[in-house]
Design a protein around this ligand. Structure first.
Ligand code: ZN
Ligand code: ZN
Length: 362
């Protein structure tokens, strides 16, 4: 409760500075961040409303008992037969809402109800206020992310053990999903297994293609553990890797190492991107490194800070993000090596400690 009170108080201070009269949050990662809890999300309107005067929630009666067990905020309940509007009107009564900041990731029909109950002159998303708060993780959050990273390492080992000629990508992906769930993950966020030419598509969906000799296999996996995300990519080669592949692998590995070494408080996000990109450009792979170097992660798999050219955001202690350089050769293979790092007071801590050497399977 104290943690959530602190976060709500900090949000109210930011609202005052930004001239925001009301913040409306749906049952999303933003609510989980602010309350340490999120009710079951469905089509029924559920909103956390924050103003200078008060903090309250509008919740369907169906879920009100569960919400009341997790928070002591005042609740405006609405039964299915009434619809949410009367409860919403009670929740905002007396407020003068000129500038509304709404959760950019909540349902659009929640927003329409809100615009019925208030008549703001201006509506913006709350991400500009919340993203900087969420980007600087507490020590407790970093430990949660470290636990998630360790779990992803155990699952990576299982996936690598499963890889053999004749097995399909989807079958390896199933091993990933099963192992995550048996290890206690709440949900598997993704289980990407991309073999041979499929590896050249960074967001390939694991499919029926069977692993065969000569395949480079990208394994990129992540899950939710205690609300926090994991994300790691490693590589397997089936059979004897050719020299041109090994040369590219070494370049990506060096890019990953240089990128992580560039992480420190005070550096700009784009400097980490420059560090990985510089290695791949001088090795001749610059034009096939087709994505940003990384993304923040926490309660969500992609959040601030984004590690890319043009982002002059200053890295601060507590920020957590991926460093995932890759090269993609259409029709042939892809290579990506991805780690999750946390900015410390003096430098960097890599949360994913799984070995980065290429695993060759005969
Ligand atoms: Zn990934
Ligand atoms: Zn990633």
């Amino acid at each position: 409760m104290t943690k959530s009170k602190n976060r709500l108080t900090r949000l109210q201070a930011l609202m005052a500075a930004a001239g925001v009269d009301l913040v409306a949050i749906g049952p999303t990662a933003n609510m989980r961040y602010l309350l340490g809890y999120v009710p079951h999300p469905d089509e029924r309107l559920c909103l956390l409303l924050v103003s200078a005067e008060r903090v309250n929630m509008v919740v369907p009666t169906l879920n009100a008992g569960d919400v009341a067990a997790h928070t002591d905020l005042p609740l405006e309940r609405w039964p299915d037969a009434d619809g949410p509007l009367p409860a919403l009107q009670r929740a905002v009564s007396g407020l003068s809402v000129k500038r509304l900041a709404m959760d950019g990731t909540m349902r659009a029909d929640f927003l329409l109800s809100l615009l019925n109950a208030t008549t703001p002159a201006e509506t913006i998303t709350v991400e500009g206020l919340l993203a900087p708060l969420r980007a600087r993780k507490s020590a407790e959050e970093i430990e949660a992310l470290a636990l998630a990273a360790a779990q992803a390492g155990r699952v990576m080992q299982a996936a690598m053990d499963a890889c053999r000629p004749g097995l399909s990508e989807a079958e390896v992906a199933w091993t990933v999903e099963e192992t995550f769930r048996k290890d206690g993950a709440e949900a598997v966020t993704f289980s990407l297994v991309a073999s041979g030419p499929n590896g050249a598509f960074p967001h390939h969906h694991s499919g029926p293609r069977r692993l065969q000799a000569g395949d480079a296999v990208i394994i990129d996996i992540g899950a939710t553990l205690n609300g926090y995300q994991s994300d790691i990519t490693r590589m397997v080669f089936i059979g004897e890797p050719p020299a041109d592949f090994l040369r590219a692998y070494e370049a990506v590995l060096t890019a990953n190492e240089r990128g992580r070494a560039a992480v420190r408080p005070g550096a700009m996000a784009q400097e980490v991107d420059q560090a990985t990109r510089g290695v791949l450009e001088s090795a001749g792979y610059g034009d096939i490194f087709i994505h940003r170097t990384g993304h923040g992660l926490g309660l969500e798999i992609h959040e601030a800070p984004y590690i890319m050219a043009g982002n002059e955001q200053i890295l601060e202690e507590g920020m957590v993000f991926s460093v995932e350089p890759g090269v993609y050769l259409p029709g042939q293979f892809g290579i990506r090596i991805e780690d999750i790092v946390a900015v410390t007071a003096t430098g960097v801590r890599t949360l994913t400690d799984f070995d980065r050497q290429l695993v060759v399977k005969k």
